[in-house]
Design a binder for this molecule. Structure first.
Ligand SMILES: Cc1ncc(COP(=O)(O)O)c(C=O)c1O
Length: 410
């Protein structure tokens, strides 16, 4: 039987959740943009600066060794969380965007040539489009787009057709859409991509906070995500890559920490993984706090979180579908924490502003997915996105605020 959890005590772990907005209790439904932080993560950062602060992998002194140990433990925590085979396959970056840029630049400039093809989908975040546009423009490779079905799921026939056209070196696809909440069937996609002899990069920004991810089971080549969407700090991201692929890639940036030897006459030799890709002093406290965030999530249980959030999303979706003024995008039962909608012809910004006045925080706009907005034929949407601490009562407040907004705007 799947574990459940006590939502009242969980909410007490997040100090910001008692905040008032316009004298109303905050209902925070912008978790797709960034999640709030539990006390355990805040404590981890305070504790680091209060008791451990020192540079890592450099000092013989005790403090530096303790900081290094905590830093290395965080890497192992991430490794185990996504079930990577080796800790050195986990590269600490500034965020998912930085992780994708690392692969696009390092792998891309080494492996892409004129006429080669990279595939992305129409539901990608700009972070998984623009770096590929840049490297394709510079190398003469071609970027092609996998289309969507009428229900906005990924069109696997389009993937097959594009693969069959030849020369596809890499497919970069989101695990879960940050606009639609649709989770792509990566196991199915990876078999098609690998059968074609291509590599698969998966943008996991909206996934490991909602469900179990196993990079070995899924046989993914590169997996990226950001700590701040997983209850951890901003400015920290993960690039997972298979050892053989990372070993064959040149460093992305040069500097301290990523070298083996430097000589004015004989040039530089590089450190082994993961240090080869971690130039300069890292975000030490942030990486350690990501470890604390993962420990926190695991103490609740990712399956329990998935079940709990599933009930929330299904409930919210049922309520939205009862409002004739609401246009809900891709209303499928199986969504990972994200619902996008519009209210008749009203601008999403107006809807979001009126919800904010009632204490409800949602995201409005194109969500860094302009190609998807063009596909939907809209300038933007309103997005409500859920986390492990949201409640059915909060959804009732949100729906009540939405009804009031409808009457104000009609
Ligand atoms: C699906 C997806 N990919 C990439 C990103 C970029 O993440 P970051 O800004 O943390 O690098 C986001 C952030 O919203 C996202 O939702």
């Amino acid at each position: 039987m799947t574990k459940t959890y006590n939502i009242t005590s969980i909410r007490q772990d997040f100090p910001i959740l008692t905040t008032q907005v316009y004298n109303k209790p905050l209902v925070y439904l912008d978790n797709g943009a960034t999640t709030q932080k539990p006390q355990a993560v805040i404590n981890s950062i305070v504790n680091y600066y209060s008791t451990l602060n020192s540079n890592v992998h450099r000092g013989v002194h005790s403090l530096s060794q303790q900081a290094t140990t905590a830093f290395d433990v965080a890497r192992t925590t991430v490794q185990q969380f996504i079930n990577a085979q080796h800790a050195h396959e986990i590269i600490f970056t500034k965020g998912a965007t930085d992780s994708i840029n690392t692969v696009a630049t390092s792998w891309g400039f080494t492996n892409l040539h004129k006429g080669d093809v990279v595939l992305v989908s129409l539901m990608e975040h700009h972070s998984n489009i623009v770096p590929w546009q840049m490297v394709c423009n510079a190398t003469g490779a071609v970027l092609k787009y996998i289309t969507l079905n009428a229900d906005l799921t990924l069109n696997l026939d389009s993937l097959d057709e594009l693969l069959a056209q030849g020369n596809v070196k890499l497919v970069a696809i989101t695990h879960t859409s940050n606009v639609l909440g649709i989770t792509n069937n990566i196991a199915h996609i990876v078999s098609k991509v690998h059968k074609n002899g291509s590599l698969l990069l998966v943008d996991g920004c909206q996934t490991p906070q909602h469900m179990q991810v196993d990079v070995q089971f899924l046989a993914i080549d590169f997996y990226v995500f950001s700590a701040h969407k997983l209850y951890g700090p901003t400015g920290v991201g993960i690039l997972y890559g298979k050892e053989n692929l990372l070993n064959a890639m040149p460093p992305y940036q040069g500097g301290g920490g990523m070298i083996s030897t430097v000589s004015l006459d004989n040039g530089t030799t590089y450190a082994t993984l993961p240090h080869k890709f971690e130039a300069g002093t890292p975000n030490i406290e942030g990486n350690i706090a990501l470890g604390a965030a993962i420990n926190y999530v695991q103490s609740i249980g990712i399956d329990a979180i998935q079940n709990y959030e599933h009930d929330l999303v299904v409930y919210a979706q049922q309520q939205l579908l009862q409002l004739p003024e609401i246009i809900l995008y891709a209303p499928t039962a199986d969504k990972a924490g994200v619902l996008s909608f519009n209210m008749n012809n009203n601008h999403p910004f107006d809807v979001g502003t009126l919800l904010d006045k009632q204490g409800v925080a949602v995201r409005t706009g194109h969500h860094c997915c302009q190609p998807l907005m063009q596909h939907l034929g809209v300038a933007g949407t309103v997005r409500a996105s859920f986390a492990l601490y949201n409640t059915i009562e909060e959804i009732d407040v949100f729906i009540g605020a939405l009804k009031k907004t409808i009457s104000m705007l009609s």
